[in-house]
Design a protein around this ligand. Structure first.
Ligand code: CTP
Length: 401
């Protein structure tokens, strides 16, 4: 997986260079070792210190670094993937014509790793036949081009040529590092905390941000699965899955059960309310009416319902967000809900669970408990999917279609 994968990040001189900083941070968060290279032009837009501070090693800028006589071959040969972000028209021309003008272009020629190029420039330059010819040449040679988008450009202009959003670039890089081990599988992931309405303005909710579920859905797409993501946080959903936006436990139940009918794997990462308000007020409850008494009634336990009618070959993954007796509660849920795996986290620990970008979990299965220490939610997502793959290999009738 991306854990420890060596990514060379080349940054050239365009205003979008500032977005390379975010791409760098996200790649490091995903567990990559990022070696940055800046061209002289890039140095006019962002500081070396910024990138050095966020990458896994200091920025290199020159073919003539004192510590290494041939940095381009070292970087090029050691890379698992090389990404150029942003790529100017000059970089495209140099790379397409095989000109080794500086450390970055020399590295691009020296590497045999997959290359991802993310162009960004003004619309007129992007549309120029010379630029398009260079792109065609690179595509023909197997280079992945992350197409620019339309939107605001430097100088207040609006048009095509704006650098792709950082997450699209990160996804394209990670896709080069990822095995296609979920190819052919249909996976449903639920994410986020449900909201149970009290009246038109108020609801009962919980602290779930949906981040862990979204990370699982994104990782499953990268690994080749067809993914349905049922989420209460659709605005922050990753690109790739088929996103179904829901709000209440009842809506989540209907969307998950519907998608699960065709699914090989269901991952219930959502924090589903256990109780909902029995009588929802049609209009706003007024203070003057006194302290209201809310009668609650139970919601359907979606995971338990799926567990009670699990198809042969279907894998069910639940979560257990606990504050006490984490392991024993998780194992009880595994059994009570007929799940195959339960991912337990102690949400009272620092930096773990709700709202954080990090987590620490134990993945329980019938005969095993696998501890995944403090990591980013993206890394935890891959470990959970690894556990799903391992479980399916052990279970007869659970192969990829
Ligand atoms: N879950 C569900 N439907 C519900 C409640 C929970 O599908 N109505 C799922 C969650 O998505 C999670 C697992 O069940 O995968 C465990 O959820 P959790 O809230 O930890 O436990 P509960 O079963 O609700 O029990 P308790 O709140 O008492 O710990």
């Amino acid at each position: 997986m991306s854990g420890g994968a060596r990514v060379v990040l080349g940054v050239t001189g365009g205003i979008a260079a500032y977005k390379a900083v975010e791409v760098c941070r996200r790649l490091v968060d995903a567990g990559c070792h990022v070696s940055p290279i800046m061209t002289a032009g890039a140095g006019r837009f962002i500081g070396e210190t910024t990138l050095s501070a966020l990458a896994s090693e200091p920025v290199r800028t020159s073919l003539w670094d004192e510590d290494s006589p041939i940095p381009h071959t070292k970087l090029g040969q050691g890379a698992d993937v090389v990404v150029v972000c942003p790529a100017t028209a000059r970089l495209l021309a140099d790379y397409a014509s095989g000109r080794s003008a500086d450390l970055l272009t020399a590295t691009l020629l020296a590497t045999r790793a997959p290359v991802v190029v993310c162009p960004a420039m003004h619309t007129e330059m992007w549309e120029h036949p010379a630029v398009q010819d260079n792109l065609s040449t690179l595509r023909r040679r197997g280079v992945t081009i992350v197409e620019p988008e339309s939107g605001r450009l430097a100088g207040g202009d609006v048009g095509h040529g704006r650098l792709a959003e950082p997450q699209r670039i990160v996804d394209a890089v990670l896709a080069k590092l990822t095995p296609n081990d979920l190819d052919g599988l249909r996976i449903v992931v639920s994410a986020g905390g449900t909201r149970e309405p009290i009246d038109p303005v108020r609801f009962i909710g919980n602290r779930s941000s949906g981040k862990q579920g979204h990370a699982i859905a994104a990782a499953a797409v990268r690994r080749g699965a067809e993914v349905v993501l049922v989420t209460t946080q659709a605005a922050s959903a990753p690109s790739g899955p088929d996103v179904r936006a829901v709000e209440t436990a009842a809506q989540m139940r209907d969307a998950v059960v519907d998608a699960a009918a065709e699914a090989d794997v269901v991952v219930m990462a959502a924090a589903v309310a256990d109780f909902t308000v029995a009588e929802v007020a049609d209009s706003k409850i007024k203070k003057a009416g006194g302290v209201p008494v809310l009668r609650l009634e139970p919601t359907v336990d979606i995971l338990a319902e799926l567990g009670s009618r699990k198809r042969p070959g279907q894998t069910l993954v639940g979560f257990a967000a606990e504050t006490d007796d984490v392991a024993s509660n998780a194992r009880s849920k595994l059994e009570a809900k007929n799940a195959d795996l339960v991912v337990a986290n102690d949400v009272s620990a620092a930096g773990v669970g709700f709202e954080h970008d990090t987590n620490a979990v134990v993945i329980h299965s019938a005969g095993d408990a696998l501890e995944v220490g403090f990591s980013t939610k993206a890394q935890i997502a891959d470990r959970i999917l690894d556990a799903v793959v391992a479980h399916r290999l052990r279970s007869p009738g659970s192969s990829n279609r």
